[in-house]
Each structure stands twice: as structure tokens, then as C-alpha cells.
Write a protein that binds this ligand. Structure first.
Ligand SMILES: [Zn+2]
Ligand SMILES: [Zn+2]
Length: 355
């Protein structure tokens, strides 16, 4: 399989960003990101899809949309629509209709920052997802690089500190969102996870200084969604975009916090004499079945089955667990970075059933 690095959930001048999609693509290429997914708020700018190059690096730009009902107060329920072909914000008022419209358009829907509490210091409202009766969405944005600020800030001084040094802020996907995910998996939902950067980029004024905080260059080095493709990207933007969306739809992706240590080469699978199951796949419980992780660097691995942690151990490069019963299995990996143990890799699930 070929592994590509995607940066998902990016705002441009069309909503909350400071650069054009083309300028953003150049910065992404500079940081060796292979794919960027633009998601401006309730707008679908056309004419930007395609490959962009910066010296010998190329990046595939795919336009999606972050949609919410602007008439709702507070403006909760943000949904990422990826792989769509048109502006679907007119359907924003009814989240279920919106999810259905995205699917009809061939796209995928991921609930953005499902837990996103109020942050009074910077006058930010609670923008969590609340309409949990919806069905048929593709998955959750498990880790959002910007929204995490609203969870980590406990004291006022931390706002300028994290704005200037965001690498000290990113810790792990919020426990609240991991719990939501585990509950959905436990209830039998086929819910997938991606990581998003939510690149907003602000100009902040610190006394006489004017600074750009959370710049694109930071986002492009931090939380990525790593996409595993059957074939190499061909250079044909239309064909490649479809391959990327298909891989996301199948759950052939993992979340990697590449600033802590590069996550390329991570592999989580279930193998038996009958064959191998990759992330996102469903299969039967088999004799001598084993879940195996391969890591690019040592980490603490936590294995979850049906939402419960069933093992936690240090893994140097590779480890296998015998599969004793059916369930939905997923893996979390943690590493120390800047003095703290931080979330590093979050796999998508493998579903093993015995019926
Ligand atoms: Zn949002
Ligand atoms: Zn956003």
C-alpha cells in the first residue's frame, strides 16, 4: 500500500483564513503534505481543485466544505463535507438532510469538533455537535488542531502562550470525543475517524507587535490524516481525488501527530491463515487470528475492544495480540514530546464478528 499525508479541514480567504487556496497549496507542498482538503464555512469555491507544485513537491488540492446552520444560535453542529461537487450549505438547517445530501453527491460527512466547549476569554461559544439523532454520517473528526485550544486553556496566560507556541498545546484527541466514538462503535455503528487541522490563522496584536498565530506552516507539520492507497497517485487530479475519497470511505486511514515524531510506516491489521484485515475492514473471527501493530518508532500502545481498553504496553517496533473474541478493535499510540506524554497515532477500527 502507498501512504500519503493529508491535511484536512482548512480555511482560506473565503472564510476564516488569511491566504488563497493556491497560496495555501504552495505552503503545504513546502511541508511535504501530499493532499489538502479545503473546507471553508458554508461556501464552495470553484476552480481550485488540482495539483499544485512548489519546487519538486506537488500537492493535490481537494475542495470540500464545512457546513453549519448560520441562523442557529449558538452556531453548533459543524459538519465537514469531503468529496462533494457543489455547495451543499442550503441543506444546513436540517443536519440529517445535510448528511443525506452529501451522500447523494458522492461525498463523505465527518462531524467536526464534536466536543468544542465555550471559551469565554476569547469570546468563543460552545460549538459542539448536539443533534446526535442523525444517522448515516461517515465519521468523526477525532482530533482538531485548533479546537483543542478550547479544551487545554485553563488559565488566561495560556491563550497567548499556546498561540505563540502551539506545539505545547496539542496533547491528544479530547477524551469526550473518544468516548463519543467508542459509544458509537459499541452500539454497532460503522463510524470512522479522521484528524483535522482547522487551519484558521489569526492576526493577533500583542501590544505593539502584530503576529500571525496558528500559521498554515504549523498546521502542515502537526495533525495529519495518513491515507493508504492501493496504487500510487497518478498525477491525474480527478482520478486521484476519487481514490483518496474511496480510501477515506473504507477507513484506510489513520491519524498521526507528525510533529511528535513522523508516523509514516504505521500499520495495524488482523491476520489469520485465512487472510488479512486492514483498518476499516470487517471480517470473521478465525483460529490463530492476531492483531499486529508495526510502528516507525517506540511508543505506548493502547488496544481497545468495543470501547474498553484491554491492553496497554510499550512497543518498540512490532507487537501482536491474539484475538480471543469478536469485537471492534482500535489502537492508540502515545509518545513523549516536549516533556509530556502525547497522543501520537490513532488507528481506525477493525471489525471482527463471530456470526
Ligand atoms: Zn467548525
Ligand atoms: Zn473549521
Amino acid at each position: 500500500m502507498k501512504e500519503y499525508t493529508a491535511s484536512i479541514h482548512i480555511h482560506s480567504v473565503y472564510s476564516d483564513g488569511l491566504k488563497t487556496p493556491a497560496e495555501i497549496a504552495k505552503i503545504a507542498a513546502e511541508h511535504h503534505v501530499d493532499i489538502i482538503m479545503m473546507t471553508d464555512h458554508n461556501v464552495f469555491p470553484v476552480g481550485f481543485n488540482g495539483y499544485y507544485t512548489n519546487q519538486d513537491q506537488r500537492v493535490l488540492l481537494m475542495t470540500g466544505e464545512e457546513i453549519h446552520d448560520k441562523n442557529r444560535q449558538p452556531q453548533k453542529n459543524h459538519l465537514l463535507a469531503l468529496g462533494i461537487t457543489q455547495d451543499l450549505s442550503p441543506a444546513a438547517r436540517d443536519p440529517q438532510k445535510l448528511i443525506d445530501a452529501i451522500r447523494s453527491d458522492g461525498g463523505l460527512s465527518f462531524i467536526a469538533h464534536a466536543y468544542d466547549p465555550e471559551m469565554a476569554v476569547i469570546d468563543e461559544a460552545d460549538l459542539s455537535w448536539v443533534d446526535w439523532q442523525v444517522q448515516g454520517f461517515t465519521g468523526l473528526e477525532l482530533w482538531n488542531n485548533l479546537s483543542e485550544l478550547k479544551i487545554r486553556v485553563k488559565k488566561n496566560w495560556q491563550v497567548p502562550f499556546y498561540a505563540l507556541f502551539p506545539q505545547f498545546m496539542a496533547l491528544e484527541p479530547p477524551a469526550q470525543i473518544r468516548t463519543i466514538w467508542d459509544n458509537l462503535l459499541k452500539q454497532g455503528h460503522n463510524t470512522l475517524a479522521i484528524g483535522g487541522v482547522d487551519a484558521h490563522t489569526f492576526r493577533f496584536h500583542f501590544g505593539p507587535f502584530k503576529l500571525e498565530v496558528f500559521p498554515y506552516s504549523y498546521h502542515f507539520r502537526s495533525i495529519h490524516t495518513h491515507i493508504l492507497l492501493e496504487r500510487e497517485l497518478s498525477g491525474d487530479a480527478g482520478v486521484d481525488s476519487q481514490a483518496v475519497i474511496d480510501a477515506l470511505r473504507r477507513g484506510r486511514v489513520f491519524i498521526g501527530y507528525d510533529l511528535a515524531h513522523l508516523t509514516h510506516g504505521f500499520h495495524f491489521s488482523a491476520a489469520s491463515d485465512r487472510g488479512q484485515l486492514e483498518m476499516g475492514e470487517h471480517g470473521d473471527l478465525e483460529p490463530n487470528q492476531q492483531l499486529t501493530v508495526e510502528l516507525p518508532a517506540p511508543a505506548e500502545c493502547r488496544l481497545f475492544c468495543n470501547g474498553e481498553m484491554i491492553d496497554s504496553r510499550k512497543v518498540t517496533r512490532q507487537y501482536s495480540w491474539a484475538v480471543k473474541h469478536a469485537g471492534v478493535y482500535r489502537l492508540e499510540c502515545y509518545r513523549r514530546y516536549l516533556g509530556r506524554k502525547r497522543g501520537w497515532i490513532f488507528s481506525n477500527p477493525i471489525w471482527i464478528s463471530d456470526d
